[in-house]
Design a protein around this ligand. Structure first.
Ligand code: NAD
Length: 263
């Protein structure tokens, strides 16, 4: 299966590229970076710290040779890549987070005619947690306050993380609340007592944390914490490659990791 990796020099791009080079069934056939990045024009294998693989990193995605394009970059560049994939009917796997509502609507309509797996978190365990969080919220109900706390490395540019938002959405779904009406991002000053309906969200940025998410459910006398630690980016990269194998066989449409895992 022929794969193009967008953002090959990035943290996720590096792990994806190396796992593809190490796999038996995947072939790296293209790699992109943003204009003016020092990796442009260099052999993609060398950018991955490996031997030369015979093609260079470009600033536009060439879909003609690819079965699937994987993008973990920025919302703006992912929209450009999605347009290229839609034009040639090429499958996509997208892990980029931080889309504005307008960008998200544009992305959804652009990929509507191709198979596309789009997920805020490609780790298997995190996708199990999405289900558990909704179920716990449903069982515990309105008596328990819900707060979501996430930690990521200091270089992350969006907050809260896409995974934290998904966790909060799932908790809200279990409580039959609309997240946008009850979410409270951080607290400062004299905020007054916590309302019973609100779902709090908090983002820590420190060091090199790959991803740490907790959902708390608190009532007088106890609290429950459901927690996921990503100990390396391989949890996301291996999941994205699993999604790529799924996407090349899938009918056109938008899928998420739950579909890939059969959850
Ligand atoms: P990063 O900054 O290390 O890598 C992003 C790469 O994309 C950079 O090398 C950057 O130069 C490149 N890029 C930017 N514009 C480009 C363009 N126009 N063309 C080609 N390349 C371009 O970031 P990262 O930690 O690898 O994360 C990337 C994205 O993936 C973020 O949105 C992050 O939140 C998300 N992410 C998602 C998951 C998941 O499981 N869904 C996991 C980890 C990260």
């Amino acid at each position: 299966m022929r794969v193009v990796v967008c953002g090959i020099a990035g943290r996720m791009g590096q792990r994806l590229g190396n796992l593809i080079l190490d796999s038996d069934d995947l072939e790296l056939v293209g790699a992109t970076e943003r204009p003016e990045h020092e990796a442009l024009g260099r052999d993609a294998g060398e950018v991955l710290g490996r031997g030369a693989c015979g093609f260079t990193v470009t600033d536009t995605v060439a879909t003609a040779q690819a079965d699937v394009v994987i993008a973990f970059t920025s919302p703006e560049s992912t929209l450009v890549d999605a347009t290229a994939c839609a034009a040639t009917g090429t499958s996509m796997v997208v892990g980029t987070t931080g889309f504005t509502p307008e960008q998200l609507a544009q992305f959804h309509s652009t990929v509507a005619a191709i198979p596309c797996v789009f997920a805020p978190n490609f780790s298997t365990a995190m996708n199990v947690l999405f289900r558990l969080v909704e179920e716990a919220a449903r069982i515990l109900g309105d008596d328990y306050d819900v707060e979501v706390v996430e930690a990521h490395h200091r270089l992350k540019v969006d907050a809260p993380s896409g995974s934290a938002l998904r966790l909060a959405e799932r908790a809200a779904a279990g409580l039959e609340r609309n997240l946008s009406e009850v979410v409270v991002h951080g607290r400062q000053g004299v905020t007054g007592e916590r309302t019973r309906q609100e779902i709090g969200m908090h983002a820590l940025r420190l060091g090199d944390v790959a991803g740490d998410h907790s959902v708390y459910y608190g009532a007088p006398g106890e609290y429950l914490e459901l927690r996921h630690h990503a100990t390396s980016r391989d949890a996301f990269a291996t999941g994205a490659l699993r999604a790529a194998r799924f996407a090349v066989e899938a009918q056109p449409g938008l899928y998420d990791m739950g579909d890939v895992l059969g959850l």
